[in-house]
Write a protein that binds this ligand. Structure first.
Ligand SMILES: Cc1cc2nc3c(=O)[nH]c(=O)nc-3n(C[C@H](O)[C@H](O)[C@H](O)COP(=O)(O)OP(=O)(O)OC[C@H]3O[C@@H](n4cnc5c(N)ncnc54)[C@H](O)[C@@H]3O)c2cc1C
Length: 96
């Protein structure tokens, strides 16, 4: 979970750094969005599983985070569209 969080953070920081340099690509943004949103679902689900029933109680924010994460894979470009953007950039130079 820590590794997934770090990977998402680094991809996001990398895209932001390239944006600051003026050379961020669609692929940079797609990779950051795809990884971060899918990581959020995996990590929040895993955290609930570790805590069992307690993970679903109002006392903790986990169930809310898990529920809220779902829309992140849909709006601002679904995960499938992010994959299209990434694969297009890989395949276009090969004329595939
Ligand atoms: C709460 C909420 C708030 C929103 N707010 C805004 C907003 O403020 N402004 C705005 O402009 N939009 C907003 N949207 C719309 C959002 O951007 C769209 O829901 C999103 O782009 C997906 O489009 P769709 O819902 O029409 O799904 P569809 O395009 O019908 O997709 C349905 C499924 O098919 C898949 N799919 C579609 N095309 C392909 C393809 N070519 N290849 C593979 N798979 C494909 C998708 O990945 C998805 O899994 C909001 C949506 C929600 C849920």
């Amino acid at each position: 979970m820590s590794l997934e969080l770090k990977a998402a953070e680094l991809l996001t920081m990398h895209a932001a750094w390239k944006l600051d340099q003026g050379n961020m690509t669609d692929t940079d943004a797609a990779m950051a969005k795809l990884k971060s949103t899918e990581m959020l679902g995996m990590v929040s689900d895993e955290a609930i599983q570790i805590l069992g029933g307690m993970g679903l109680m109002d006392e903790l924010p986990l169930e809310r985070i898990w529920r809220d994460h779902r829309v992140e894979r849909i709006w601002d470009g679904t995960s499938e569209i992010q994959r299209h953007i990434i694969s297009r950039a890989l395949l276009r130079p090969l004329e595939a």
